[in-house]
Every structure is written in C-alpha cells, then in structure tokens.
Design a protein around this ligand. Structure first.
Ligand code: ATP
Ligand code: MG
Length: 283
C-alpha cells in the first residue's frame, strides 16, 4: 500500500483529485482530513494542509505527496521531486506600491517586506547581497503596504489581479512554481512498483492532455497533399469510404498544431473535420 499525502482543501485539491481519478484511482469515500484507501488500487490518500505535506513525506509518514513547489522550497525538508505535475502554476514575486520609485533590487535595502515565504526570500536576498527586513505574516500579505505594515511584499502571483487591486506592481520574479509530486524516504520494492504504475498512468494522462484525435474526409486525389500537411505520430490511418472518390484520414495532433494547419487542410479539400479529446495515450 502506497500512502499519498494531498491537500485536504484549497487550490491544489480539485486538480489533484482529478489527476488521481484520471489515473483510475477510485477512493472509497472522500472524507477530508482522514486516511482514505482506494477501492481499486493499492494506495491510500492522507488529506492534510499543504504546509504539512513536505514534513509528512520527509519523515516517511506518507510515501509521496502532491504539493506546490513553493511550499517544498519554503519548508526545506529532505524531499525530492518525483515529477512535475503541470497544474497550479504560479510564481513568487516581489511587489512594491505603484507610487514607489523603484530603481532595481537595491531599492529593497533597509525596506520592510511582508511575506509568508521568509525562507525563500531570505535566501534570494542573501544571494543578491540585499539587506531587507522580513516581516512574516501568514495571510493577506497583499494588504500589508496599504495599512503601513510593510514597504513591499513577496507573495504568490498568478494573474496579477490581486496586485492591481492593491495598487502594487510586480518588480522581480523569484521562482516559478507548479504542483509537484515529492518523495522522501527510500521505498520498499512493493511500494516502488505501485509508484511506477501510478507514474505510468499519470504519464498516459499527461501525454494525452494537449493532443486531439483528428478525423476528416479527403478527396482521393488530394490525399497526398493532405498527408504532407499532417505531422502524424507515425503514419496516419487512411480508410476507404462508401464513395470511392473519398477517403477518411485519422491522426493525432497537438491542439496547437491543429489550429495552425486547419486552413491548409481545408484548402487542400478536406471536409467534415472532427477533433476529439483523447483521455489517455501510451506512446
Ligand atoms: P492550506 O489550507 O492547505 O494550508 P493554503 O491556503 O496554504 O492551503 P492555497 O491557497 O490552497 O494554500 O494554495 C495552495 C497552493 O496552490 C499554493 O501553495 C500554490 O502552490 C498554489 N497556488 C496558490 N495560489 C495560486 C494561484 N492564484 N494560481 C495558481 N496556483 C496557486
Ligand atoms: Mg498552507
């Protein structure tokens, strides 16, 4: 049985549960802040606050965990990254009041900076030779300059709208973050096998994520032109249609690529073009 620590509620919760679900892991009942076994896969899920996940994994209370890279770096426990998961993308940045006369990093010398990430910020300032005064607060960091608690902030930014509504400007990005799977203690052979199977399934879900299954009808005399346009995985499938002048072409494409070539496919005579989601894909 492999024990996975995940956030019990918050910004990581939905996508973590979606990922486990897509990997075919069904939980018996999702009662939060509990240990919940899967009914069809040898894993159990331990629901925690995200702050507690790095330590729980480092000490071996959980075998692996799913948490933001920002939290991993801040807690600085003995864990390693097993896999980047690509969701909950954000960055940790320094922001100053719009009215500040920001000239560069040296502006922070002697300034008071409010943050929930003192470890990461202290390390960053030390590496740049900046002597600032760090003021640790656990939430609502963005209001600190407005109420005179600090001169600037260091916090999570994603769209930047929170900064804008608090009259702050992002001036330095310090790290990029996303959800990561972390491991700690060496795993038994049995647990390693379960983790390998889980990673294999996650890979299949992730590979399929930005791909589309494309079908289209093509006049036979345009087939060569269409095949030249299509960058298929190996070679596209070409099937006959009831009308002997036409055939059906199937292939798998990156979604981005689909939009790039759609007009050329139409110009080459392709019709009835369908793009379908792919749930899983094993290369
Ligand atoms: P907990 O109650 O578990 O301690 P929390 O309040 O500390 O939760 P959340 O706000 O749920 O944390 O955020 C969890 C993680 O999601 C963050 O550590 C970060 O990695 C990521 N995250 C936070 N804000 C955003 C955002 N706006 N966009 C994308 N990802 C984000
Ligand atoms: Mg937290």
């Amino acid at each position: 049985m492999l024990r996975i620590a995940v956030q019990s509620k918050g910004r990581l919760y939905d996508e973590t549960m979606e990922l486990l679900g897509e990997a075919g892991i069904k939980l018996t009942a999702v009662k939060r802040s509990l240990l919940v076994p899967s009914k069809n896969f040898p894993v159990e899920v331990l629901f925690l606050r995200d702050d507690d996940i790095p330590d729980t994994v480092a000490t071996g209370t959980a075998d692996i965990g799913i948490v933001g890279l920002n939290e991993v770096l801040e807690k600085n426990r003995k864990v390693h990254i097993v896999r980047n998961l690509g969701f909950s993308k954000c960055r940790l940045s320094l922001a100053v009041p719009n009215a500040a006369n920001y000239t560069g990093l040296e502006w922070f010398n002697g300034k008071k900076v409010a943050t929930s990430y003192p470890v990461i910020l202290r390390k960053f300032f030390a590496s740049k030779g900046i002597a600032a005064d760090l003021h640790e607060i656990s939430g609502s960091v963005e209001v600190a300059p407005g109420i005179g608690l600090a001169d600037a902030i260091f916090d999570i930014v994603s769209s930047g709208s929170t900064l804008i509504s608090n009259n702050l400007s992002e001036v330095e990005k310090v790290i990029d973050s996303e959800a990561v799977m972390i491991g700690g203690q060496p795993l038994s052979e049995e647990k390693q096998e379960i983790l390998d199977e889980l990673l294999f399934r996650i890979e299949a879900v992730k590979v399929a994520g930005d791909k589309k299954y494309i079908l289209m009808n093509v006049p036979k005399d345009s087939l060569d032109t269409v095949l030249e346009i299509l960058p298929g995985i190996k070679s596209p499938t070409v099937l006959p249609l009831a009308d002997a002048e036409w055939c059906s072409v199937h292939t798998v494409l990156d979604e981005k690529c689909f939009w790039e070539i759609i007009n050329r496919l139409k110009a080459a005579g392709a019709e009835g073009i369908l793009a379908l989601d792919i749930e899983k894909m094993v290369l």
